[in-house]
Design a protein around this ligand. Structure first.
Ligand SMILES: [Zn+2]
Length: 212
């Protein structure tokens, strides 16, 4: 088993497949919320998992030098289908077991959906264990994934960023997973992009827009 885990730790996995869900795909969708963005968090996350997500939020806030996220309580309703949380006016982060329903690649780590009413981040809890990649171990049936790394990437989408072709960027769409794998730092490009993105959005009256 150890050998298999070693191989797994070297695999890069497609990290998401985030997209707008709506009819007018030819226009750049905007999400009607202002910074800081209110969010709710699935109460199935453990305290340790929540802390990892908050650290990822903090990294983006440090880059911009301002508050970008506001905690708005836990969400007790585990979504039976991701469709039920689209357009529910709640920006939520969820551990999602019914991954196949999303239409995303089976091995994707997480995804961000947004509509004109809200946006949601789903983590692929069907196939992965979201923990501390630098400390925790894989099990026989699910690979260990560093939650902070995936959260950092998906929160980039949550803030309106698209993917990057630069491998050092957190918005690069592949991530190494497995034991002792983590990517928790923003690149210089990430910092520049998010600063520019937030500035533009403030000039537009604080309306959050998403890169396509
Ligand atoms: Zn992505």
């Amino acid at each position: 088993m150890k050998k298999i885990i070693l191989i797994i730790s070297l695999i890069s996995i497609v990290s998401c497949g985030s997209q707008y869900v709506g009819k007018e795909v030819e226009t750049i969708p905007s999400y009607p919320a202002k910074f800081p963005i209110k969010f709710k968090i699935d109460d199935n996350f453990t305290d340790t998992q929540r802390e990892a997500i908050y650290r990822a939020m903090k990294s983006w806030e440090m880059a911009v030098g301002k508050e970008l996220f506001v905690f708005d309580g836990t969400d007790h309703s585990t979504p039976s289908s991701y469709k039920s949380i689209l357009n529910d006016n709640v920006n939520g982060l969820y551990l999602y077991e019914e991954w196949s329903d999303t239409g995303r690649e089976e091995k994707a780590l997480g995804t961000t959906f947004w509509t004109r009413r809200n946006e949601d981040i789903l983590f692929n809890a069907k196939n992965y264990i979201f923990v501390d990649g630098l400390k925790d171990k894989s099990t026989d049936d699910r690979w260990v994934v560093d939650l902070e790394s995936v959260a950092l990437h998906e929160l980039g989408h949550f803030l309106g960023l698209g993917h990057s072709k630069d491998k050092s960027s957190i918005m690069y769409p592949m991530l190494n997973i497995g034991e002792n794998q983590a990517k928790r730092k923003l690149s210089t490009e990430d910092v520049e992009l998010i600063k520019e993105n937030v500035k533009t959005q403030e000039q537009n009256g604080g309306i959050l827009t998403h890169a396509q």
